[in-house]
Write a protein that binds this ligand. Structure first.
Ligand SMILES: Cc1cc2nc3c(=O)[nH]c(=O)nc-3n(C[C@H](O)[C@H](O)[C@H](O)COP(=O)(O)O)c2cc1C
Length: 189
């Protein structure tokens, strides 16, 4: 089962993220949890979120980049759902071996994420905390999908990215642990 954790505070104004989500919504064995719709007051149903995660083989985090990170709701979701002794720590193995795919959109164009660009760092620098969040919980980090320049790319470019995302999910099969192997130390924390 594929679980999409979707966090966009203004879905009605979303162009890039919405196209990505709509491209995959009808795939079989896929559940979408749009956190801002489910929890307008930020009062996350932890048991329901954990149950959805337990059902999933692949967890997709889909959101726009906000201040080099995730929107507040997704950060809150990590804080209250990825609990000690559930996601990590003693016996905390509920996410272990599940795959994680990060799908994000940014306002900054590809060239802006470089030493000489306005964001001064390669985009990989901002991937690191997300990747480590997954690895710390024993998940397998898949190659992310990042759509840069979300405000300037054409409808055709967004359409192509959406189609590629659909293809990626439609053909997704778990692969054996490889270079991004889950961190075996995580459970000892
Ligand atoms: C509060 C806020 C913070 C943002 N921070 C960043 C940022 O740090 N880097 C960046 O490239 N874009 C940033 N953006 C732009 C969003 O990433 C962009 O609007 C979004 O990816 C577009 O996708 P959408 O069409 O699905 O809304 C920010 C936008 C907002 C509203």
């Amino acid at each position: 089962m594929i679980l999409i954790i979707h966090a966009h505070p203004y879905p009605q104004h979303s162009r890039a993220g919405r196209a990505l989500l709509e491209a995959v919504r009808d795939l079989p064995d896929l559940e979408v949890r749009s956190l801002y719709d489910l929890y307008p007051d930020f009062d996350i149903d932890v048991a329901a979120e954990q149950a959805a995660l337990v059902r999933a083989d692949l967890v997709v985090w889909l959101h726009p980049i906000y201040w080099y990170s995730v929107p507040a709701m997704l950060k809150h979701w990590f804080d209250v759902v990825h609990l000690r002794d559930w996601a990590y720590g003693e016996g905390g193995d509920k996410l272990r071996g599940k795959h994680c795919l990060w799908v994000t959109t940014s306002g900054g164009e590809t060239s802006s994420f470089s030493e000489t660009g306005v964001h001064q760092l390669p985009f990989a620098a901002f991937e690191a905390p997300l990747r480590q969040t997954a690895l710390f919980c024993g998940m397998v980090w898949e190659t992310p999908i990042v759509l840069h320049g979300a405000h300037v790319i054409t409808e055709d470019e967004i359409g192509a990215a959406a189609l590629a995302f659909r293809e990626r999910l439609a053909t997704w099969r778990p692969t054996p642990l490889a270079s991004s192997e889950a961190n075996p130390e995580a459970r000892r924390c």
